[in-house]
Write a protein that binds this ligand. Structure first.
Ligand SMILES: C[S@@+](CC[C@H](N)C(=O)[O-])C[C@H]1O[C@@H](n2cnc3c(N)ncnc32)[C@H](O)[C@@H]1O
Length: 249
């Protein structure tokens, strides 16, 4: 296992399920794991864009093991998931469960998090530039994330930080050769909402959470198994830390 220290951040190249338990208590785990969704279709639109194929090639459509969400290790969690609708109502509304698999997935994750944490909120990133292909469904212009917390770790921020939505364009996959980079303004909003000093992102990707965490004055622990994405995260977080140090000099 490689570990790189950058100011108040430690980045691990390796498997989240092995490394995360060894890191101990964090104020917040902020994760953007592999979604589980039907990534077929797209026709000509798909052929013109590499992101969907890269998602499949890297297994980013196969879901993740929920055991990594552990209230014994974090006061709060933020977890992104895939959907364009949600609610406890959906299992009653959808006749054929596979017809709206995404909605059931979010409803299930919400119910599980609420069982394991004191309270939870459903928030949403509103994407201004969704991919044009939509598989006879609505555009994928809303990405939900759930913030669940235990007492002492409730959402924080000024009045204007407390919206459950954030609007931002998604990052083109070619920018960091990664198909699902989260916008920095979204991660900054999330950092303004999570309580405490320490943040871990076990599915770090290109390090968006880490950049936002350092800019928010937090300590950051990131884990990524793909060496190419790990190198990108090291470069982005090093650059962010250099900027912070320069400002403080
Ligand atoms: C959805 S992406 C996260 C993208 C990130 N939010 C960003 O802005 O760049 C999920 C990442 O988790 C990584 N990953 C998947 N399984 C992992 C595991 N078991 N341990 C560590 N990283 C893993 C993938 O390689 C991928 O880069």
């Amino acid at each position: 296992m490689t570990a790189i220290i950058i100011g108040p951040a430690i980045l691990y190249l390796g498997d989240a399920y092995t490394i995360r338990p060894t890191l101990g208590w964090m104020d917040a785990d902020v994760m953007d794991p592999q979604y589980r969704f039907n990534n077929s279709g797209g026709g000509a639109y798909r052929a013109a864009r590499g992101a969907s194929d890269q998602i499949v090639a890297e297994g980013l459509d196969r879901g993740f093991d929920h055991s990594i969400i552990d209230p014994a290790l974090a006061g709060a969690v933020i977890v992104f998931c895939h959907n364009d609708q949600l609610g406890d109502l959906i299992p009653d509304l959808v006749e054929d469960e596979s017809a709206d698999f995404d909605a059931l997935l979010v409803a299930d994750m919400f119910a599980r998090l609420k069982r394991r944490f004191h309270r939870a909120a459903l928030c949403v990133w509103i994407k201004q530039n969704p991919a044009p292909h939509r598989n006879k469904h609505y555009l994928a212009d809303m990405e939900p994330y759930i913030h669940a917390w235990n007492p002492g770790y409730h959402p924080v921020g000024d009045h204007h930080d407390m919206h459950r939505w954030h609007t931002a364009t998604s990052m083109p996959s070619k920018t960091f050769s990664h198909p699902t980079v989260k916008p920095l303004s979204l991660m900054a909003k999330i950092m303004a909402n999570v309580a405490g000093e320490t943040v871990c992102d076990p599915f770090m990707g290109t390090g968006s959470t880490g950049v936002a965490a350092l800019r928010a004055g937090k300590r950051f622990y990131g884990i990524e198994k793909n060496p190419q994405h790990f190198e990108t995260a090291v470069a982005r977080i090093s650059a962010a830390w250099a900027e912070i140090e320069q400002r403080c000099a």
